[in-house]
Design a protein around this ligand. Structure first.
Ligand code: NOJ
Length: 758
């Protein structure tokens, strides 16, 4: 068997185009439709009887493979199975065209990284790129060629469960994180050895679902689309992403999966995207469900006409009807051929014709590479956000002094749950080797007595989910669990301990796809547990395991130390122990404004002002209208001071660039890292602009007592925006406020103006 990670086939432009045309010329219409179809292969352990809608008929995928009806497959992660299916695909196909294997490699395959929102919280493109390169290496080793990631949907409503998969509320941070992920997955070029194709998703606006309800409709103005929701996609395309996935919902009434404006005018014409487009699962069929397409033939025809090259199909594909759609004139043969070309091209670029199979022995070695675990550990350290660290006995509670600790109480069911430590969107994991918080602390605190009590039982879904069909997604209730007795036992442990580490948050499947919540409260009896442990008087470190902001109003007043560890992944517990004991210093920052309560959402820092007196803090009768923690917030064991913000010019032409410099000084005795952030505000122009917007950031290492100067360029790209007044991009001559500092409340200020000569 050959190694698919070897050198790619001749992908020089001319040779490749010739090969594509040769193949295309020999293909029948049915074969073309087959190449444009992607099937799920769930494997025997998934009970399709439980899947929603009409599931695939048994044997349907094998039948389709045997008659050349499959261009791509998804959900296969076992290298022996990818080889088996690939053999069927190649043999079932007159022209020997191999299948392209895709999968949701969202934050790792076997080595699980922190969830994407956590990676974004590192504000560190290098860490993100390195992490996704590991994910790509593992995926490619088992025969996966392409990932349905990164999710680059801006998410401003934390009720929406998929906020965990993205980079939060901000388009500038989102664009940087999107590009880093594409580089990590793909390497230098599409087809780089040991890398996979990146598929940014879901074009576009999916995160703005009404009420935060997954799949609900989305209405966004052009200004919101261009200024907020599209920039991360543009950044991903500019970084060379080979694929784009469409979104499920209708955007301003027109389903994203047959939206000519989005897929042609924006993606291909304006951005010059040359890769292939895939629909979300069943989204082509859903064009009928939307009440948009008349039937499946119409659905397939309109998706192809819009440029959806590949249909991801859970149930019978609409693209099976393409031959009749071409014959009836509903879609042109040229449109179908254009899709086939793009699918064949990516297969050639990846070298699949020469090396369709993987080396199963090598796959095992790659999946167990200890270097991958180290990358995951560092990523978990770097993404943790220290929300609060108040003094206890005269010094901040964290870091803990390992030498002085005799007894530690670890409390909360998430503290010893490997599944929950990994978070959502993991499938092919090794739970045995996942380090929980409890395990991580026990490994590190050999000398101390580390006792554990779950205190409360896992919270349950009120309604079943379609994801319940995956094994392990509905863990059994702990046997014989007596709620009051367990809570009392946790309190008792905490009473006797020097320190209590309480882990609260949401269970693995309370977040992710189809996991929106109408409340941000700590689920189950966790709040009660936390309050009871704090009442013992033992100092409490609160660890939050989450992918969305939760209601921490009480904790933010009563718990001295709060560390957001997100879903930290395979090496989560080890990284948490490193952080709690000071071997790693927290440096992550929030990628969203953390609301006080669900009633405030959506809540963003880049709001506009409209009324005098503004009174932005008192817009509600019953609650402050500020966040609990601002966007960009995150503490360190070090302390930093920002000073000397200088701008090299006071006035520039609109086309010119201003250079801002700011000095950051570590005023403590601990080495640490600070994310220096730069915000910009335009005072007047052809639209009312946000009070401030992130336009630069850099995570810098600053040794104790040292200073460093950070430089930012504020050029036309940072100042250009889309204005509804002119229905286009503008660069205003205006006055700009600049702020630099530690979070979105940064106060160190400067000002410059821009002028126009014409
Ligand atoms: C549906 C999700 O919306 C999408 O993000 C995912 O990639 C596909 N299912 C495949 O699992």
């Amino acid at each position: 068997m050959t190694d698919s990670n070897g050198p790619a086939v001749d992908s020089r432009a001319g040779g490749m185009q010739r090969r594509v045309e040769e193949l295309l010329a020999q293909m029948t219409l049915a074969e073309k439709a087959g190449q444009l179809t992607q099937y799920f292969s769930f494997g025997a352990e998934v009970d399709l009887e439980d899947a929603p809608g009409s599931p695939q008929a048994p044997g349907e995928v094998s039948e389709a493979l045997e008659c050349g009806g499959v261009g791509s497959l998804l959900f296969v992660t076992d290298p022996a199975e990818t080889n088996r299916l690939q053999r069927l695909a190649v043999a079932g196909n007159r022209l020997g065209i191999p299948a392209l294997f895709g999968f949701d490699v969202i934050h790792g395959l076997r080595t699980v990284l922190p969830v994407p929102i956590a990676l974004a919280a590192s504000w560190d493109p290098e860490t993100i790129e390195r992490g996704q390169a590991v994910a790509a290496r593992e995926a490619r080793a088992v025969g996966i060629h392409w990932t349905f990631a990164p999710m680059v949907d801006v998410a401003r409503d934390p009720r929406w469960g998929r906020i965990v998969e993205g980079a939060g509320e901000d388009p500038f941070l989102g664009a940087a994180v999107a590009a880093a992920q594409v580089r990590g997955f793909q390497g230098e070029r599409l087809g780089s050895p040991e890398r996979i194709v990146a598929g940014p998703k879901h074009l576009v606006g999916y995160g703005a679902a009404l009420g935060g309800r997954d799949y609900d409709e989305v209405d966004l103005s052009d200004a919101q689309l261009w200024n907020t929701y599209l920039p991360p996609f543009k950044a991903a395309v500019d970084a060379g992403a080979g694929n784009i996935m469409t979104a499920y919902m209708p955007l301003n009434g027109v389903p994203a999966t047959a939206n000519d404006w989005l897929l042609k005018d924006v993606l291909r014409d304006e951005w010059g995207f040359t890769g292939f487009v895939v629909s979300d699962a069943n989204a082509v069929r859903n064009l009928r469900t939307h009440g948009f397409a008349e039937d499946l033939t119409d659905a397939g025809a309109r998706a192809v006409a819009a440029g959806v090259d590949l249909e991801m199909a859970i149930t019978r594909p609409a693209y099976a009807h393409l031959p009749e759609a071409v014959e009836s004139g509903a879609v042109s043969l040229e449109a179908v051929d254009a899709c086939v070309r793009r699918v064949l091209e990516v297969k050639l670029r990846l070298g699949l014709f020469d090396s369709p199979f993987v080396d199963e022995d090598r796959a095992r070695v790659v999946l167990h590479d200890p270097a991958h675990r180290e990358v995951a550990r560092v990523a978990a350290q770097r993404s943790a956000v220290l929300l609060r660290n108040e003094p206890v006995d005269g010094r901040p509670l964290l870091p803990l002094d390992a030498g002085a600790l005799r007894s530690v109480a670890v409390v909360g069911p998430l503290a010893d749950s490997p599944r929950d430590t990994l978070g959502p969107w993991v499938f092919d994991v090794d739970l045995e080797e996942t380090v929980t918080v409890l395990q991580g602390l026990r490994d590190r605190l050999g000398g101390a007595d580390v006792q554990y009590a779950p205190g409360v039982r896992p919270a349950r879904r009120t309604f079943p989910s379609m994801f319940d069909m995956f094994p392990g997604n509905t863990p059994a209730d702990p046997e014989g669990f007596d709620d009051d007795a367990e809570l009392a036992r946790a309190v008792e442990l905490a009473t006797r301990a020097d320190i209590a580490v309480v882990v609260v948050g949401e269970w693995q499947h309370m977040i992710g796809e189809a996991a929106s919540r109408s409340s941000l409260e700590l689920p189950g009896r966790q709040q009660e547990l936390l309050e009871a442990v704090v009442a013992t008087g033992t100092p409490v470190v609160l660890l939050v395991m989450n992918g969305r902001p939760l209601d921490l109003r009480w904790a933010a007043e009563h718990v001295p130390a709060v560390l957001d560890i997100w879903y930290p992944g395979t090496q989560g517990g080890t990284a948490v122990a490193d952080l709690l004991l000071g071997d790693a210093v927290p440096g992550g920052k929030l990628p969203f404004s953390w609301p006080r309560t669900v009633g405030q959402v959506p809540m963003i820092y880049s709001r506009t002002t409209s009324h005098e007196p503004e009174n932005a803090e008192r817009r509600y009768w019953d609650e402050a209208s500020t966040p609990l923690f601002p966007f960009g917030h995150g503490l360190s064991y070090a302390t930093f001071e920002h000073s000397d913000l200088t701008l090299d010019r006071e006035s520039v032409d609109v086309e010119e660039t201003v250079t801002a410099r700011v000095t950051v000084t570590n005023t403590s005795g601990v080495d640490g890292e600070e994310v220096v952030q730069l915000y910009l505000h335009q005072r007047h122009g052809r639209a009312a602009r946000p009070v401030r917007e992130l336009k630069g950031f850099e995570r810098v290492h600053v040794p104790a007592g040292a200073s460093q100067t950070v430089e930012f360029q504020i050029g036309p790209d940072e100042r250009r925006y889309w204005s509804a007044a002119v229905k286009g991009w503008v660069l205003d001559a205006s006055t700009f406020d600049v702020w630099a500092g530690t979070d979105s409340n940064a106060r160190l200020a400067g000002v410059f103006t821009t002028t126009t000569s014409s």
